[in-house]
Design a protein around this ligand. Structure first.
Ligand code: ZN
Ligand code: FE
Ligand code: FE
Ligand code: ZN
Length: 276
Protein backbone atom coordinates (compact mmCIF):
# COMPACT_ATOMS: atom_id res chain seq x y z
CA UNK A 1 0.00 0.00 0.00
CA UNK A 2 2.63 2.49 1.11
CA UNK A 3 4.92 1.38 -1.68
CA UNK A 4 2.12 1.90 -4.21
CA UNK A 5 1.54 5.41 -2.95
CA UNK A 6 5.19 6.28 -3.21
CA UNK A 7 5.40 4.98 -6.76
CA UNK A 8 2.31 6.96 -7.67
CA UNK A 9 3.74 10.19 -6.37
CA UNK A 10 6.92 9.71 -8.37
CA UNK A 11 5.06 9.56 -11.67
CA UNK A 12 5.23 12.74 -13.74
CA UNK A 13 2.16 14.92 -13.35
CA UNK A 14 2.36 16.31 -16.87
CA UNK A 15 2.09 14.74 -20.33
CA UNK A 16 3.12 17.21 -23.03
CA UNK A 17 2.82 15.14 -26.17
CA UNK A 18 -0.55 14.07 -27.52
CA UNK A 19 -2.47 14.41 -30.74
CA UNK A 20 -5.98 15.18 -31.99
CA UNK A 21 -7.99 13.74 -34.91
CA UNK A 22 -7.05 16.80 -37.00
CA UNK A 23 -3.74 15.23 -38.08
CA UNK A 24 -5.72 12.44 -39.70
CA UNK A 25 -4.06 9.49 -37.95
CA UNK A 26 -5.13 9.93 -34.32
CA UNK A 27 -8.48 8.96 -32.84
CA UNK A 28 -10.58 10.26 -29.98
CA UNK A 29 -11.67 13.76 -29.05
CA UNK A 30 -9.47 16.06 -26.91
CA UNK A 31 -12.03 15.72 -24.13
CA UNK A 32 -11.39 11.97 -24.01
CA UNK A 33 -7.63 12.53 -23.76
CA UNK A 34 -8.27 14.93 -20.87
CA UNK A 35 -10.61 12.47 -19.17
CA UNK A 36 -8.01 9.73 -19.37
CA UNK A 37 -5.38 12.11 -17.95
CA UNK A 38 -7.64 12.84 -14.99
CA UNK A 39 -8.36 9.17 -14.49
CA UNK A 40 -4.66 8.31 -14.14
CA UNK A 41 -3.94 11.28 -11.89
CA UNK A 42 -2.19 13.76 -14.18
CA UNK A 43 -2.40 17.43 -13.25
CA UNK A 44 -1.45 18.97 -16.55
CA UNK A 45 -1.51 17.97 -20.21
CA UNK A 46 -0.56 19.68 -23.41
CA UNK A 47 -1.85 18.99 -26.89
CA UNK A 48 0.84 18.90 -29.56
CA UNK A 49 -0.71 17.91 -32.83
CA UNK A 50 1.27 17.84 -36.06
CA UNK A 51 1.59 21.39 -37.42
CA UNK A 52 0.73 21.99 -41.09
CA UNK A 53 3.57 20.69 -43.26
CA UNK A 54 5.55 23.52 -44.82
CA UNK A 55 6.48 21.93 -48.15
CA UNK A 56 3.05 20.73 -49.26
CA UNK A 57 -0.15 19.53 -47.60
CA UNK A 58 0.28 16.05 -46.09
CA UNK A 59 -3.25 14.79 -45.43
CA UNK A 60 -3.27 11.90 -42.98
CA UNK A 61 0.05 13.04 -41.49
CA UNK A 62 -0.32 16.68 -40.43
CA UNK A 63 -3.07 19.25 -39.98
CA UNK A 64 -3.89 21.54 -42.87
CA UNK A 65 -3.38 25.29 -42.64
CA UNK A 66 -7.11 25.94 -42.56
CA UNK A 67 -7.55 23.57 -39.59
CA UNK A 68 -5.40 25.64 -37.21
CA UNK A 69 -8.30 27.84 -36.05
CA UNK A 70 -10.32 24.71 -35.20
CA UNK A 71 -7.31 23.18 -33.41
CA UNK A 72 -7.06 26.18 -31.13
CA UNK A 73 -10.78 26.31 -30.58
CA UNK A 74 -10.84 22.61 -29.61
CA UNK A 75 -8.09 23.17 -27.03
CA UNK A 76 -9.78 26.30 -25.72
CA UNK A 77 -13.01 24.34 -25.29
CA UNK A 78 -11.45 21.50 -23.26
CA UNK A 79 -9.53 24.03 -21.19
CA UNK A 80 -12.79 25.69 -20.23
CA UNK A 81 -14.52 22.39 -19.56
CA UNK A 82 -11.73 21.05 -17.32
CA UNK A 83 -10.95 24.28 -15.51
CA UNK A 84 -10.00 23.66 -11.89
CA UNK A 85 -9.52 19.93 -12.50
CA UNK A 86 -6.77 19.71 -15.12
CA UNK A 87 -4.39 22.31 -16.56
CA UNK A 88 -4.40 22.23 -20.32
CA UNK A 89 -1.51 23.67 -22.31
CA UNK A 90 -1.45 24.60 -25.96
CA UNK A 91 1.45 23.04 -27.76
CA UNK A 92 2.17 21.94 -31.30
CA UNK A 93 4.61 19.49 -32.89
CA UNK A 94 6.34 21.08 -35.88
CA UNK A 95 8.68 19.43 -38.35
CA UNK A 96 12.09 20.90 -38.93
CA UNK A 97 12.64 21.18 -42.68
CA UNK A 98 15.84 23.04 -43.61
CA UNK A 99 15.18 25.79 -46.14
CA UNK A 100 11.62 26.33 -44.91
CA UNK A 101 12.43 28.34 -41.79
CA UNK A 102 10.38 31.35 -42.93
CA UNK A 103 7.27 29.28 -43.52
CA UNK A 104 7.72 27.41 -40.23
CA UNK A 105 8.13 30.64 -38.29
CA UNK A 106 4.99 32.09 -39.91
CA UNK A 107 2.94 29.09 -38.78
CA UNK A 108 4.31 29.18 -35.25
CA UNK A 109 3.85 32.94 -34.92
CA UNK A 110 0.21 32.84 -36.01
CA UNK A 111 -1.02 31.65 -32.59
CA UNK A 112 0.30 31.75 -29.03
CA UNK A 113 1.74 28.50 -27.66
CA UNK A 114 2.81 27.33 -24.25
CA UNK A 115 5.51 25.30 -25.97
CA UNK A 116 6.50 24.10 -29.41
CA UNK A 117 7.87 20.61 -29.92
CA UNK A 118 10.40 20.34 -32.73
CA UNK A 119 10.58 17.08 -34.65
CA UNK A 120 12.84 15.55 -37.21
CA UNK A 121 10.76 13.01 -39.15
CA UNK A 122 12.44 13.70 -42.53
CA UNK A 123 15.94 13.38 -43.93
CA UNK A 124 15.82 15.34 -47.18
CA UNK A 125 12.42 14.20 -48.47
CA UNK A 126 12.52 10.74 -46.90
CA UNK A 127 10.10 10.22 -44.04
CA UNK A 128 12.39 7.68 -42.40
CA UNK A 129 9.92 6.83 -39.61
CA UNK A 130 6.89 6.50 -41.90
CA UNK A 131 5.86 2.83 -42.21
CA UNK A 132 5.04 3.49 -45.87
CA UNK A 133 8.65 4.55 -46.56
CA UNK A 134 10.25 1.87 -44.46
CA UNK A 135 11.66 -0.09 -47.44
CA UNK A 136 13.82 2.93 -48.30
CA UNK A 137 16.03 2.03 -45.34
CA UNK A 138 17.57 -0.64 -47.60
CA UNK A 139 18.80 2.11 -49.95
CA UNK A 140 20.60 3.92 -47.12
CA UNK A 141 23.71 3.39 -45.05
CA UNK A 142 22.58 3.23 -41.40
CA UNK A 143 25.67 5.06 -40.07
CA UNK A 144 25.06 7.92 -42.50
CA UNK A 145 21.36 8.08 -41.64
CA UNK A 146 22.23 8.41 -37.94
CA UNK A 147 24.84 11.08 -38.64
CA UNK A 148 22.38 13.06 -40.79
CA UNK A 149 19.62 12.64 -38.23
CA UNK A 150 21.61 14.06 -35.32
CA UNK A 151 22.92 16.88 -37.49
CA UNK A 152 19.29 17.80 -38.25
CA UNK A 153 18.42 17.61 -34.54
CA UNK A 154 21.19 20.11 -33.77
CA UNK A 155 20.11 22.37 -36.61
CA UNK A 156 16.52 22.24 -35.38
CA UNK A 157 17.60 23.40 -31.91
CA UNK A 158 19.56 26.27 -33.43
CA UNK A 159 16.47 27.69 -35.19
CA UNK A 160 15.16 28.97 -31.88
CA UNK A 161 11.64 27.86 -32.91
CA UNK A 162 11.35 25.00 -30.47
CA UNK A 163 11.11 24.57 -26.70
CA UNK A 164 11.27 20.78 -26.65
CA UNK A 165 13.04 18.43 -29.04
CA UNK A 166 10.79 15.42 -29.69
CA UNK A 167 11.74 11.75 -29.44
CA UNK A 168 15.47 12.52 -29.77
CA UNK A 169 16.50 9.19 -31.27
CA UNK A 170 13.43 8.50 -33.42
CA UNK A 171 15.84 7.22 -36.08
CA UNK A 172 15.92 3.87 -34.22
CA UNK A 173 12.16 3.36 -34.63
CA UNK A 174 12.36 0.30 -36.91
CA UNK A 175 15.31 -1.16 -35.03
CA UNK A 176 18.18 -0.04 -37.27
CA UNK A 177 21.35 0.46 -35.23
CA UNK A 178 24.57 2.10 -36.37
CA UNK A 179 27.71 -0.05 -36.48
CA UNK A 180 29.79 2.98 -35.56
CA UNK A 181 30.00 4.45 -32.08
CA UNK A 182 27.86 7.62 -32.05
CA UNK A 183 28.78 8.85 -28.56
CA UNK A 184 30.59 11.91 -29.99
CA UNK A 185 27.50 12.85 -32.02
CA UNK A 186 25.30 12.67 -28.94
CA UNK A 187 27.76 14.70 -26.86
CA UNK A 188 27.87 17.36 -29.54
CA UNK A 189 24.07 17.32 -29.76
CA UNK A 190 23.75 17.67 -25.98
CA UNK A 191 26.12 20.65 -26.06
CA UNK A 192 24.01 22.37 -28.72
CA UNK A 193 20.78 21.63 -26.84
CA UNK A 194 22.25 23.14 -23.68
CA UNK A 195 23.54 26.24 -25.51
CA UNK A 196 20.28 26.85 -27.35
CA UNK A 197 18.17 26.25 -24.24
CA UNK A 198 15.90 23.53 -25.61
CA UNK A 199 14.54 20.74 -23.45
CA UNK A 200 14.17 17.13 -24.56
CA UNK A 201 11.38 14.69 -23.87
CA UNK A 202 11.29 11.11 -22.80
CA UNK A 203 8.77 9.88 -25.34
CA UNK A 204 7.26 6.57 -24.31
CA UNK A 205 5.75 5.76 -27.73
CA UNK A 206 8.90 3.89 -28.83
CA UNK A 207 7.84 1.05 -26.54
CA UNK A 208 4.81 0.61 -28.77
CA UNK A 209 6.90 0.53 -31.97
CA UNK A 210 9.22 -2.06 -33.58
CA UNK A 211 12.22 -0.91 -31.53
CA UNK A 212 10.31 -1.61 -28.29
CA UNK A 213 12.06 1.04 -26.17
CA UNK A 214 11.48 4.66 -25.27
CA UNK A 215 13.13 7.62 -26.95
CA UNK A 216 15.88 8.34 -26.12
CA UNK A 217 17.93 5.35 -25.04
CA UNK A 218 19.44 5.47 -21.51
CA UNK A 219 22.96 6.14 -22.75
CA UNK A 220 21.89 9.27 -24.66
CA UNK A 221 19.65 10.43 -21.84
CA UNK A 222 22.58 10.20 -19.43
CA UNK A 223 24.62 12.45 -21.72
CA UNK A 224 21.76 14.98 -21.98
CA UNK A 225 21.39 14.97 -18.21
CA UNK A 226 25.14 15.49 -17.74
CA UNK A 227 25.02 18.46 -20.10
CA UNK A 228 22.16 20.04 -18.12
CA UNK A 229 19.44 19.71 -20.75
CA UNK A 230 15.96 20.05 -19.17
CA UNK A 231 13.50 17.17 -19.41
CA UNK A 232 9.78 16.74 -20.13
CA UNK A 233 7.61 13.62 -20.45
CA UNK A 234 5.41 12.75 -23.41
CA UNK A 235 3.32 9.73 -24.29
CA UNK A 236 2.85 10.80 -27.92
CA UNK A 237 -0.70 9.53 -27.49
CA UNK A 238 -2.62 9.03 -30.72
CA UNK A 239 -5.60 7.64 -28.80
CA UNK A 240 -7.01 8.67 -25.42
CA UNK A 241 -5.96 5.56 -23.51
CA UNK A 242 -2.30 6.17 -24.43
CA UNK A 243 -2.11 9.36 -22.36
CA UNK A 244 0.51 8.90 -19.63
CA UNK A 245 1.37 5.47 -21.00
CA UNK A 246 4.41 3.84 -19.30
CA UNK A 247 5.17 6.95 -17.25
CA UNK A 248 6.26 4.76 -14.32
CA UNK A 249 8.94 3.24 -16.55
CA UNK A 250 9.82 6.66 -17.92
CA UNK A 251 10.54 7.93 -14.42
CA UNK A 252 12.80 4.97 -13.76
CA UNK A 253 14.69 5.76 -16.96
CA UNK A 254 15.01 9.47 -16.07
CA UNK A 255 16.36 8.66 -12.62
CA UNK A 256 18.78 6.07 -13.95
CA UNK A 257 20.12 8.75 -16.31
CA UNK A 258 20.65 11.06 -13.33
CA UNK A 259 17.72 13.44 -13.72
CA UNK A 260 16.51 14.96 -10.45
CA UNK A 261 13.68 17.03 -11.92
CA UNK A 262 11.57 17.72 -14.97
CA UNK A 263 10.11 20.94 -16.26
CA UNK A 264 6.75 22.37 -17.25
CA UNK A 265 6.05 25.14 -19.75
CA UNK A 266 3.74 28.11 -19.95
CA UNK A 267 3.85 30.83 -22.63
CA UNK A 268 7.00 29.38 -24.14
CA UNK A 269 8.94 29.42 -20.86
CA UNK A 270 9.74 26.92 -18.12
CA UNK A 271 7.46 27.98 -15.28
CA UNK A 272 7.82 25.05 -12.94
CA UNK A 273 10.42 22.44 -12.02
CA UNK A 274 9.22 19.26 -10.36
CA UNK A 275 11.47 16.89 -8.38
CA UNK A 276 11.58 13.29 -9.41
ZN1 ZN B 1 1.48 11.36 -35.28
FE1 FE C 1 6.81 12.89 -33.92
FE1 FE D 1 3.63 13.24 -31.82
ZN1 ZN E 1 5.49 12.71 -32.28
Amino acid sequence: MIRGLRLNRRKPISDYHMHTPLCGHASGQPEEYANHALKIGLKEIGFSDHAPFVVKPLPGITMRMNELPLYHKMIEDVRTRFKGRLEIRTGIEADFIPGYEKQTKAILDAYPYDYVIGSVHFIKDWGFDNPEEREKWSEHDVNTVYRDYFELLRASARTDFFNIIAHPDLVKKFGHRPAQDITKDIEQTAKVFKETGVAIEINTSGRRKTVGEMYPVLKDLTIYCGAGVPLTFGSDAHKPEEVGCDFDKAVDLAKKAGYKEYVMFKERKIYRRVSL
